[in-house]
Write a new protein. Structure first.
Lengths: 374, 149
């Protein structure tokens, strides 16, 4: 029997259709139908200046909106040989890590909600509000921050911003261990996640899983390693686990939060003085950059002509993650309820996923799956 | 008398369904943030269900994409009367940045279904969303219930 879930469903936040092929209660196979939030962002950006492009790239995804603008700005900087001042690089790291904290907390709270554990859902969402407060203090906005520009960041920050941010981080840390141990050591929760939605390392590589989802299956890729700011000034540990199940994915995200907190602390302690923005003259050319968004690797490929963007291609982490979720994780989960929580554990973000469209001869849009397109 | 009782019941228990008809997710996460203990949506008798068949208020987010052109009306029809739709964010009001050449959006959402209230912002803050639902929601539902009689 085929059980359809979505596009609007109590278990889902975003419109997507899951088709679960079941034998009794066991889910044998799953298929994901995309296409409900295709807006055509890449096509809109073509032929516009970066000032307009960066505004649109921020709206690719609302949850990890920060990393999109940073990668966009870094790609244009790579084309135009602009060196970003160190202070701006440090401020970018602070905003990036705060964004990672809130995104991971949101993803985990959604996972707990999908398992109907309201207590942890509330605890984790409450912690997230402190991260949101810090983001608002630093950038002025909660979700779409508008903080990056080509050549640096928009505004400078000083002690008046950093002190409340450090206080908020302390508040997160105080409660964090309790919340984490509630999940990691609670017998009822562990029973429902250990061994469910298993994906081996081989399958993760084959399914191109990235970010915390890949790292929970022992894939070692973290694109913060290799980024010039992180390599030059910062010290952090890449979290990896070997289990590859729902438990490991959630715990990987939990364990990355203290690392992000320590990165913010390092950035605030060693903050260099100087400018936060350099004037940039946009050149013609092509560049590609990869960065680690909360969900995994974000790639921007941009070709400019004068100061106009001629061509842009965005690769977001959600498509490989959701694809490997449908192919490997949901396969053979014991119940339909587990299929939903497994889907939530892969941290899906439908808004990122949908930018690829193919039109037929009559001009009608058909949205296809990523692997059919390549 | 019966009407008065029905009004009280309708005003004090509102079930909400978030319908993302093609946005960037920003408004949806702000709606989820409303559930957190800081804003505590449920103290006002509002419950986020995400099930259109039980909803009193449909929170629309996102500019209406191609796939949603027909489906939006179908979702709206599935909700039982009395019901209202509230547009959250700039997208269902004007299409925001996506209503440009090359974009596949059909904003505004009011072309497809009747929209009772609009909350501009990209995205609006959670307390703005809460304030708007509380300002228009209970009375609009009660009024619509009387109209439907």
């Amino acid at each position: 029997m085929i059980v359809p879930i979505g596009p609007i469903h109590p278990a889902l936040k975003e419109p997507i259709r899951l088709k679960l092929q079941t034998e009794g209660e066991r889910v044998v196979k799953a298929e994901i139908e995309y296409g409900y939030v295709h807006r055509g962002i890449e096509k809109i950006i073509e032929g516009k200046t970066w000032q307009k492009g960066i505004y649109l790239s921020e709206r690719v995804c609302g949850i990890c909106s920060y990393e999109h603008t940073q990668t966009f700005a870094e790609t244009i900087e790579a084309i135009s040989d602009v060196d970003v001042p160190p202070r701006a690089q440090f401020l970018r790291v602070i905003a990036n890590e705060l964004d990672r904290i809130q995104s991971h907390l949101l993803a985990n709270s959604t996972f707990f909600k999908s398992m109907d554990h309201e207590t942890l859902f509330m605890h984790v969402l409450e912690l997230r509000e402190y991260a949101m407060d810090s983001i608002e203090l630093l950038t002025g906005n909660r979700v779409n921050m508008g903080w990056n520009v080509v050549g640096g960041v928009k505004m400078d920050a000083d002690e008046r911003h950093f002190e409340p941010i450090l206080e908020n981080l302390k508040k997160i840390e105080e409660r964090f261990e309790i919340v984490r141990s509630l999940f990691a050591e609670g017998p009822a929760l562990a029973l429902r996640c250990k061994g469910i939605g298993y994906m081996s390392k081989k399958e993760a590589i084959k399914g191109r899983a990235v970010g915390p989802i890949g790292r929970a299956s022992d894939v070692k890729e973290d694109y913060r390693v290799g980024h010039y700011t992180y390599d030059d000034y910062f010290d952090f540990k890449v979290i990896r686990r070997t289990e590859g199940d729902n438990y490991a994915r959630t715990l990987t995200r939990f364990d990355e939060i203290p690392e992000s907190i320590s990165l913010v602390r390092q950035a605030i302690e060693n903050m260099p003085d100087g400018e936060v923005r350099t004037p940039a003259e946009i050149k013609s050319g092509y560049a590609m950059r990869r960065n680690e968004a909360p969900r995994g690797e974000v790639t921007y490929m941009i070709e400019t002509n004068g100061n106009l963007i001629k061509n842009i291609s965005i690769r977001t982490p959600s498509i490989p993650n959701m694809d490997s979720c449908a192919k490997y994780m949901i396969r053979d989960v014991p119940t339909v309820a587990d299929a939903v929580s497994t889907y939530a554990s892969c941290d899906p973000c439908v808004a990122c996923a949908e930018r690829v469209a193919i039109t037929d001869e009559a001009g009608k849009t058909i949205v296809k799956r990523w692997d059919e397109v390549i | 008398m019966l009407d008065a009782i029905k009004d009280v019941v309708r005003k004090s228990s509102i079930h909400v369904c978030i319908v993302n008809c093609g946005g960037c997710n920003g408004c949806d996460v702000e709606c989820v943030a409303l559930l957190s203990p800081r804003y505590d949506l449920e103290q006002f008798g509002i419950y986020v269900h995400n099930n259109p068949r039980e909803a009193d208020v449909l929170l629309l987010t996102g500019a209406v994409t191609e796939q949603w052109k027909d489906n939006l009306k179908r979702i709206y029809d599935k909700a039982p009367e009395p019901k209202i739709a509230v547009a959250v964010g700039n997208c269902p009001i004007s299409g925001d940045v996506f209503a440009q050449e090359g974009g596949h959006v059909n904003a505004p959402a009011s072309n497809f279904i009747p929209v009772a209230a609009e909350i501009p912002g990209c995205p609006p803050r959670p307390n703005e969303i809460l304030e708007a639902i509380l300002a228009v929601g209970p009375q609009a539902i009660a009024d619509r219930g009387r109209e439907q009689k």
